[in-house]
Design a protein around this ligand. Sequence first.
Ligand code: PMP
Ligand code: GLN
Length: 379
Amino acid sequence: MDSKLPGIGTTIFTRMSALAAECGAINLSQGYPDFEAPEELREALARAVMDGHNQYAPMSGLPALREQLALQLQLHRGVACDPETEITVVPGATEGIFCSIMASVRAGDEVLVMDPSYDSYIPAIEMAGGKAVRIALRAHSFAVDWDAVAATLNPRSRMIIINSPHNPTGAVLSEDDMHTLERLAIEYDLLVCSDEVYEHLTYDDLPHRSVLQYPGLRERSFAHFSFGKTFSVTGWKTGYCVAAPALSAELRKVHQFVAFVAVTPVQQAVADFLADYPEYPARLAGFYQRKRDLFCDALAGSNFRLRPSAGTYFQLLDYSDISTATDQQLAEQWTRELGVASIPISVFYPSPPGLHYLRFCFAKNDATLEQAAEILCGI
Ligand code: PMP
Ligand code: GLN
């Protein structure tokens, strides 16, 4: 068949995980935990299945789950929201993000994206007929260049996509960033697609700032969250989108014909788990900060340069003192020859930016991280 999407290949995550499996390498590439989710959550899923929660849920999600999610937003962010009209449960944040873009972007609309950008954004914008306007984050700090953002805004600008904590760099938006975003979004009447799937993973007492906490952003944003990250169950593919009623209504028009609903027993299980353990997500930052520190400390004597990740479960390593090869070459070479797989970040730019970073996932057992660090220290 004559491809409708000739520019789209297989994702880097699929490719690197496949290569890691082929080579028997330690897989620090694709982001997923190699340890189990809480037993109580897994038991809740088994119970949900055995108790008969196996047919379609309401299109926007099980009411019991949306109630719990509204409580979570109040508890962790101090944000009030109406579960009926403002929360939509989706089969993964990827679907939620896709639906929010499909629901908003018309042919010719411009959508601002910061590079390195998560791989699902650009195809979604293009499938909607929009034009992605790509702006690089500042080299090394990976802070947003708001002057560059402001310079590209114009009457065709429809949406801006932000992601904090940021995959793949681990950067976290500051209070100043949020105020600048709010000012520009109001001035240019932008919608905001805010990818907050790593909301609970910020370190060194840095707070996560949600668009939902800023009045000017609250009314014009789709905020996306994922149970995969929060509960260490990436394979459950369930998340939710929070948006003002008018935006949620538009999102649901698309969602009901892309997936229609998210998986029922998973929704019941998360609702039951959150009712019993509402504080569980707040414990994640400490848990992952310890893993980040273990990995970074173990690399202290290596030839990599690093700045400890501020958020997400990814750590960038700067290999510029080791090699002049491209990150794509090195990611492949080190998977094959050294047995440690990582993600090259240049694939998240329109063309390689000439940076020398690889991304390593530290959502792994301590022994795995120690073993990987030992190999990396030998380079
Ligand atoms: N956004 C970012 C930045 C991610 O890293 C991920 C992780 N896969 C997603 C969205 C998608 O999450 P989900 O698995 O819930 O679709
Ligand atoms: N979000 C995961 C990562 O960044 C990958 C998800 C996927 O494979 N699509 O590694």
